[in-house]
Design a protein around this ligand. Structure first.
Ligand SMILES: NC(=O)C1=CN([C@@H]2O[C@H](COP(=O)(O)OP(=O)(O)OC[C@H]3O[C@@H](n4cnc5c(N)ncnc54)[C@H](O)[C@@H]3O)[C@@H](O)[C@H]2O)C=CC1
Ligand SMILES: CC(C)CCC[C@@H](C)[C@H]1CC[C@H]2C3=C(CC[C@]12C)[C@@]1(C)CCC(=O)C[C@@H]1CC3
Length: 343
């Protein structure tokens, strides 16, 4: 059955970022098509095509008749599935580029990650020209690096690509950050601050990430400075990691962490537990609550400059960190201490 042409195809459009992106695109008068392996919401203005990014026949049904593609799909960054990360983020992205060219799609905007330059060590005011992490902190980040390299290398005079690098996205309907933090607090595992609590990091409110994506797509085109480049998109307000996390968990009705634990002690315990979980994996499957990736992110500086986006796309955050935290906590009533999420 022939489907209507659309301005945008959002791959991964049923996810946290994807759904917010679709809502904003519709508000701005664009026509939107969604391709995702699952369906999580209804909207009569959107054409949904359910399929697997890794299956050529699925993607071919979605890719024709669109002007620009947003590629937001990825397995959950908190899952531990190296093979799936590679299948979707690398092989799926290669297939997407092949079919974009086959279908005559002109523009591709990839959702990458600021973590592509992060090796678990301090980054203060990181810019986009930092080298890709030679030792990525996990398999997810390793495949995000490969994915970004593939997309930016695909930029030509007829097919325009760029990458948006958000960091620590949070907001209403976030499935990763807030629910994980609340679950740890609910299980009594949020009593300790890892390190001195003075590590500055970026957390980016979802509306600002969406804004950066739309600006990138609108500025992407023949002869544009944006072509073939990566852009950090943050709230431009680095905050102490533990100040942010404390505001979130106390806002959700749980106690603030009180005691400090040495960062290196917690990190090496996390590495030890990861090795144990790998050794036991043929017999039982358990993912430790505190992985080396989470501990590194909780105990080191990692904030980034978005000067390039300000200059090339006139980006500036639309929602402040304080307003974003307030809106996020208000949106998660069901997860508050004593809420239905406790059942
Ligand atoms: N959440 C965060 O803090 C950050 C996320 N990112 C990136 O942003 C993008 C969106 O992330 P979120 O919205 O947070 O994740 P999410 O898990 O909410 O959304 C990802 C979507 O991709 C879909 N998907 C996964 N595999 C697929 C496949 N084989 N075929 C079709 N669809 C598939 C999922 O069904 C899901 O709806 C991802 O590329 C992620 O790497 C980057 C930086 C930070
Ligand atoms: C150790 C605990 C107190 C941490 C609880 C919060 C974490 C679940 C989150 C804090 C930083 C977040 C983060 C991501 C996922 C959720 C956190 C680890 C990403 C890995 C998501 C995907 C990315 O591309 C990078 C993000 C960095 C920050």
């Amino acid at each position: 059955m022939a489907i209507m042409d659309a301005d945008y195809l959002v791959i991964g459009g049923c996810g946290f970022l994807g759904q917010h992106l679709c809502e904003r695109l519709l508000e701005r008068g664009y026509s939107v098509r969604v391709f995702d392996i699952r369906k999580t919401f209804e909207n009569e203005k959107i054409t949904f095509i359910i399929g697997d990014l890794c299956k050529k026949e699925d993607l071919m049904a979605a890719i024709q008749g669109v002007s620009c593609v947003f590629h937001c799909a990825s397995p959950s960054p908190l899952s531990n599935n190296r093979e799936l990360f590679h299948k979707v983020n690398v092989e799926g992205t290669k297939l997407l580029i092949q079919l974009c060219k086959w279908a005559g799609v002109q523009r591709l905007v990839l959702t990458s990650s600021a973590s592509v330059v992060y090796e678990g060590k301090d980054i203060k005011g990181g810019h986009e020209d930092l080298p890709y992490a030679a030792q990525p902190i996990d398999a997810y980040t390793e495949t995000k690096i490969m994915q970004e390299q593939i997309v930016l290398a695909a930029n030509t005079k007829d097919f325009y690509t760029c990458a948006v690098r958000p960091h620590g996205i949070f907001g209403p309907r976030d499935p990763h950050l807030l629910p994980t933090a609340v679950d740890l607090a609910r299980r009594g595992k949020f009593k300790f601050i890892i390190g001195d609590g003075k590590n500055l990091v970026d957390f980016t409110y979802i509306d600002n990430v969406v804004h950066g994506h739309i600006l990138a797509s609108e500025n992407l085109g023949g002869g544009s400075v944006v072509c073939g480049k990566a852009y950090n998109i943050t709230n431009d307000e680095p905050i102490y990691f533990w100040t942010f996390m404390t505001q979130i968990v106390t806002g959700m009705g749980y106690d603030a962490p009180k005691y400090h634990l040495p960062y290196l002690l917690v990190y090496f315990i996390a590495v030890f537990l990861m090795l144990i979980s790998r050794l036991l994996s043929p017999f039982c499957h358990f993912i430790p609550s505190f992985t080396p990736m989470k501990v590194a992110l909780a105990g080191t500086h990692h904030f980034y400059l978005c000067d390039r986006a300000k200059k090339d796309m006139k980006y500036k955050p639309l929602v402040s960190l304080d307003d974003g935290i307030r809106k996020t906590i208000e949106s998660f009533e069901r997860l508050k201490n004593g809420g239905e999420g406790d059942s």
